[in-house]
Design a protein around this ligand. Structure first.
Ligand code: F6R
Length: 600
């Protein structure tokens, strides 16, 4: 959940670390800190956002080596003392860490002579290292010995005074090395150092790494290996706001581009075939008994959309389980179950745990993710990338659209392989998919109308989103978006469920936002619209229907076949954004939330 940055080379390390922390603070913003190593280790850290740290660091430093951290609390509340880096008793070792050391209490009880100054699990690491150095170990061997003692998930980075190196270890938490002309960079996410280099190498679980200013050594499976570096195509600007006030609004507007990238080179609309670069043999696809989706939050709603498509197009039982609730139950032959982890970050602990459970039970596993080199891609038989580009706003927007588009392609591929989807129907679907970027652009061009509507309803008591079939996950996603960035009460319902209870909440102060498009059984939802209007609730309809005489506010959804609910979702994103903006909310970093949830 936290962000890590490290540097060693010929530059002043301080500005590199601060830039990295600025780029990474979407991973957590409870506190920030740096440790600079110029023969002695100087630590600066502060509770709260990066600005607080900027107030106490020097303007420049004479350190060419350092580490930094931005935190989302797991052990110990946000405070100066709990901020990273953490040090040993002598102050010569500083450590930043992401993840959880599960046995930290047992380890701490064995470190009785040591003085602890924080409530974190992390702090055991520098003290364990101190023990190892005092016992005569060389720094790298000390790190390797401490790794042996730790249980849990972690990525940690160490600087030790006078060692002229940065030491790194990874287990179940992402880390990536960057190679620049002026040294080596290290971070929990490439976004941290894209200004400096795009040559990267992703670390693997179990790696212990020594970075020096001119070389890097990775200790993997008992051997020292030279890392293979690959070029990242994302530009640093892509990770900046590009003129928008918030990343979220920028990312909403990036959806046509993101979707074109998602489908680029993958559709053959003439034949109705898709090419996803995964090796699922036709024989296997035909023998499949069940497709299981596991995911959390917005990704879960994308999976709900996908499951309906898989059932319809590929004629296979498709289930969707919130990842933290997942337990494997396949048929007699588990291999005939395909379990699909849908995760933008590829690092969500609940989703990783679920996909591991499925893999261990013998299911075939597939990851649908935005993040190359992420942990989930190492856990599964195959991965498909949604290619949405970096998403910085904590609230997922463009990645939802790209997830649904990617999963729709998976559904079409399965349908074609299994012979349940005719070439002609597939052609139509793929044509519809191709039309989505343009349809979304039309919605974006309607933003003024949405902003005005948001202004009219921003003082409401609560907001209810309704939809059926493919419109149901979009109703759930619309409500999630609104509640997480505006902090207002918003709920999504299957349209038909309103009358079974929630209707009691409906008043003239609770707008109802209805999905009325192809793929969402709009004629039936219109009955539910009438029910809420009879209770004086205003209705905002995202609709592609001709007859919306009794919708109070109409958002017109361009034609896009079964993807119309996905297009309607963009109206809900804009509505949520403008309601939250009117209230002056912290849109890109809503309270209590973080982008990557790497704890269970
Ligand atoms: C909501 C949101 C979260 C994520 C969830 C899963 O806007 O972003 O609900 O969708 O935490 O994250 P990933 O997709 O990274 O597994």
């Amino acid at each position: 959940m936290c962000g890590i940055i490290g540097y060693i080379g010929s530059r002043d390390a301080l500005p590199v670390l601060l830039t990295g922390l600025e780029n990474l603070d979407y991973r957590g913003y409870d506190s920030a800190g740096v440790a600079l190593d110029n023969g002695t280790v100087d630590v600066y850290k502060r509770e709260g956002k990066l600005e607080n740290l900027l107030g106490i660091v020097p303007e420049s430093s004479d350190a060419f080596c350092g580490i930094g951290h931005t935190r989302w609390s797991t052990h110990g509340p946000p405070s100066d003392a709990n901020a990273h880096p953490h040090t040993d008793c002598t102050g010569r070792i500083a450590v930043v860490h992401n993840g959880i050391i599960e046995n930290h209490e047992a380890l701490k009880s064995e470190l009785s002579g040591h003085t602890f100054t924080s409530e974190t699990d992390t702090e055991v690491i520098p003290h364990l290292l101190e023990e190892q150095l005092d016992a005569g170990k060389q720094p790298r061997d000390a790190v390797a010995a401490v790794v042996e003692q730790l249980e849990g998930s972690y990525a940690f980075v160490v600087t030790m005074a006078g060692s002229d190196a940065v030491f790194v270890a990874r287990e179940d938490s992402p880390l990536v090395i960057g190679r620049g002309e002026d040294g080596f960079y290290l971070a929990s996410d490439v976004t941290a150092f894209l200004e400096y280099t795009r040559e990267v190498s992703f670390l693997e679980d179990g790696d212990v790494v020594v970075l020096r200013s001119r070389d890097v050594a990775i200790y993997r499976n008992g051997a020292v290996i030279d890392p293979a570096f690959t070029a990242i195509e994302w530009e640093a600007e892509a990770a900046e706001k590009g003129g928008y006030e918030h990343y979220m609004r920028k990312e909403i507007h990036e959806q046509p581009h993101a979707l074109r990238q998602t489908i680029s080179g993958r559709l053959d609309a003439d034949s109705g075939d898709v090419e996803l670069d995964i090796d699922v043999p036709e024989e296997y696809a035909r023998s499949l008994e069940e497709v299981q989706f596991v995911a959390c939050g917005t990704s879960y709603y994308a999976a709900e959309y996908a499951a309906r498509l898989v059932e319809e197009l590929a004629d296979i039982r498709a289930t969707v389980t919130i990842a933290s609730e997942y337990e494997f139950s396949g048929g007699r032959d588990p291999w005939r179950t395909l379990t699909v982890a849908v995760t933008q970050s590829g690092e969500t602990a609940d989703t990783l745990s679920a996909i591991r459970t499925a893999g261990e039970a013998g299911a075939r596993t597939l990851a649908v993710t935005n993040t190359l080199g992420s942990t989930v891609t190492r856990e599964v038989d195959d991965s498909v990338f949604i290619r949405a580009g970096p998403e910085i706003g904590v609230a997922a927007t463009k990645t939802f659209a790209s997830q649904v588009a990617t999963l729709a392609m998976v559904a079409v591929a399965l349908g074609r392989q299994r012979g349940t989807l005719s070439g002609r129907r597939a052609e139509t679907l793929l044509e519809n998919l191709r039309s989505v970027p343009g349809a979304i652009q039309q919605v974006l061009d309607d933003e003024e109308l949405v902003a005005a509507t948001a202004c009219e309803y921003a003082d409401s008591d609560a907001y209810f989103f309704i939809g059926r079939s493919l419109g149901y996950p979009v109703a759930l996603e619309g409500a999630l978006k609104l509640k997480e960035i505006s902090y207002d009460h918003a709920e999504g319902f299957a349209s038909g469920e309103l009358k079974h209870g929630p209707l009691a909440l409906v008043t003239e102060s609770t707008p109802v936002l209805a999905v009325l498009t192809e793929g969402s059984r709009p004629e039936k939802t219109l009955n539910n619209v009438k029910e809420v209007q009879a209770r004086d609730a205003p209705v905002i309809g995202a609709s592609s229907m001709d007859d919306e005489a009794f919708v109070d506010e109409l958002f017109a959804v361009p034609s896009a076949g079964l993807f119309e609910p996905l297009v309607a979702n963009v109206y809900w994103q804009l509505f949520a954004y403008h309601v939250a903006d009117l209230q002056g909310r912290s849109i890109d970093k809503p309270r209590n939330l973080a982008k990557s949830v790497t704890v269970e």
